[in-house]
Ligand binder design. Structure first.
Ligand SMILES: C[S@@+](CC[C@H](N)C(=O)[O-])C[C@H]1O[C@@H](n2cnc3c(N)ncnc32)[C@H](O)[C@@H]1O
Length: 266
């Protein structure tokens, strides 16, 4: 039998309901690496699915009904109803759910530290762009969000339109090509540890290359199962070691959901 190609792996992975809408470009890159290691179809598919689970699938507990969620937002009358429904949807992704108890305070402190800003990039955004409705920023702020699920990106674009925000969501594999647009702030929330699972990705390079004045980098303080295992101090040591040769100023804040660094690159 002929060896499978990366394209065969993409087709096979897209046959699984959980990964049907993952951007093929990311699957192909992981498949290329795994094919070199595994060789055959069965073990390569298994390895690619494992990576996709680690970097993305693990954070959604239930089926993601992005089309229906967009219709639900469309039916909300007024900002109060829209915000109430966004809070419900933010519970559907582990990362936003974990910070529900502190996200308003977190964004207040972030933007007090940065001062007024006019543009934000949100890399590996999940459902965090919905938090924009609570961020203490000007109504006309430019918000650009990046992630790897096709239907999630469509949903976020519907959200921006319904909420009347100057926002846009894009498919992007940040381990491959970074957005080239300049912005005041780059949010990289709970994303850096995932990049270790992806081929040829260097977290420091990502931080260096982003064309932003402020980076807001966060790490989880507990595993998805709720175990703490010294994660805060381990991630803090790892992050500070990684950026030790950069002339950036760091401001650390620890919330119940995450360890946050606000970094001034200037
Ligand atoms: C731990 S979640 C964090 C979500 C969001 N930043 C937050 O804190 O609410 C990681 C997110 O990164 C996305 N992701 C994983 N690999 C990615 C990649 N290579 N490029 C862009 N996004 C990626 C996942 O789909 C997921 O939404």
């Amino acid at each position: 039998m002929m060896n499978p190609t990366p394209e065969d792996i993409v087709t096979k992975i897209h046959g699984s309901a959980k990964y049907r809408t993952v951007w093929p470009s990311l699957i192909r890159r992981i498949a290329e690496q795994e094919l070199a290691k595994q060789g055959n179809m069965k073990s390569t598919v298994k390895a690619v699915k494992k990576t996709l689970h680690q970097v993305a699938g693990a954070f959604f507990e239930r089926k993601m009904s992005f089309g229906r969620w967009a219709e639900e937002l469309q039916q909300c009358e007024g900002l109060v109803a829209l915000k109430a429904h966004c809070k419900i949807l933010m519970q559907r992704h582990a990362s936003t759910r974990e910070r529900m108890g502190c996200f308003q305070e977190m964004y207040r402190e972030i933007f007090t530290h940065t001062g007024p800003v006019t543009s934000i990039l949100d890399l590996g955004c999940g459902l965090n762009p919905l938090s924009l409705l609570w961020m203490p920023v000007e109504k006309d702020i430019r918000y650009e969000a990046f992630d790897i699920y096709i239907d999630q990106i469509d949903f976020l674009n519907s959200f921006f339109q319904i909420a009347g925000c100057d926002g846009e969501a894009y498919l992007c594999d940040i381990s491959d090509k970074l957005p080239q647009v300049e912005a005041d702030v780059g949010l990289i929330l709970k994303v850096l540890p995932l990049l270790d699972h992806l081929p040829d990705c260097d977290a420091l390079y990502v931080l260096q290359q982003l064309r932003v004045r402020w980076l807001v980098v966060s790490y989880p303080v507990a595993s998805l199962g709720g175990h703490k295992k010294g994660m805060t101090s381990n991630y803090a040591a790892r992050f500070e070691d990684m950026v030790q040769h950069e002339s950036w100023s760091l401001h650390q804040i620890i919330y119940p959901s995450e360890l946050v660094y606000i970094i001034d690159k200037r």
